[in-house]
Write a protein of this length. Sequence first.
Length: 408
Amino acid sequence: MLVESIVRQTLGLKDHRVLAVEEEGTALVARLELKHGRLLPCSSCGRRGRVRDRLEMRRFRHVPLWGMSVRLEYAPARVSCRHCGVKVERIPWARGKSPLSRPLVVVLATWTRLLAWEVVAKLFSVSWGTVRAAVKEAVDHGLRYRRLEKVLYIGIDEISRRKGHVYHTQVYDLLDKRLLWSGEGREAATLQRFFNELGPEMSRRIDAVCCDMWNPYIEVLKQQVPEATLVFDKFHLLRHLLEAVNDVRKAEARELRKTQPDLLKGTRYIWLKNPWNLTDKQRERLSFLERINLKVNRAYLLKEAFRRLWNYIHPGWAKRYLRKWFWWATHSRLKPIRDFAWLLRRHEDGVLAWFKTPLDNGATEAMNNNAKAVSHRAHGYRTAETFTLSLLHCLGKLALPKTVHRFV
Ligand SMILES: [Zn+2]
């Protein structure tokens, strides 16, 4: 009797009642029945109609109780709806044809935001497939009720799955700090898919986009959001420059291999770190190396000079400084630095756009780190769909379905 009332209360039953709870092996089966003479809501429109007939018995997996699995058993009714004709009733504890009760969906979805799917499956004695189905249902629900009207600034970034073998394009809402979309690939077609799903009306609301100087994305952005300001992310710019400095170091170390093999050994991070982050030992080494006329030192100084660009406030002055830096860089006789300078020159508008619209992908960096954690938790998801699902679930700030009783 007590278990029956727990089932009734936690499901918030109104038009239905618990006939009986029976043991079946190690499971509990709660048999549910209609209350007599009720009008039931139509699954299409929600208006109530008279019961016409009954369908076959269906089973729903429910939240386990004290480690015992719980099933709900019920034969759904078909109602005569005045607007839709004959329709299945809207079952209050599950969605559509789902074999999972809504509370179970919410419980599994809540824990999968914190734990690996395998662990959640074990905890609730369900299969991995059931966990996936629950996450899918929760994400579908969240996406259905998601509001996008206030998405003004988006940030585009990429992360890798399967130890860097597969790339995913990530689109973030920079104001709300949430993941909007994720898709396998980093081609023009990948980003195009995002805009197809977003639709032209929502795309028009976007004021600015922050991303890397990556031509496939830039092409799509020019087509899809021609009015939006394109700002190149300063963290990506610096990353390109750091790679160039590192390339200069590697080339020079190769040149010095015969004459002074130890001179540049172990100096990689000295050249790449911010000067104020150096350890005392590294600072000492740097001040020694600075006295020798090294190529990598020239590259280092150009990197530090480039960083000062963001101290400017006025766009005009920033532009003059950038042009000056371009001259230094192109006259540095350091090929990687020169290549970077030309890359900047080709994308100058987007680099300088920052001084009018100071956006960067700093916030997405933190989210990308979370995304990596999500990916590690599952040892790298096997399929793009599951990976995307998990990312949206953990980073999309999506609302979970509501339940009458708080199970977790
Ligand atoms: Zn209807």
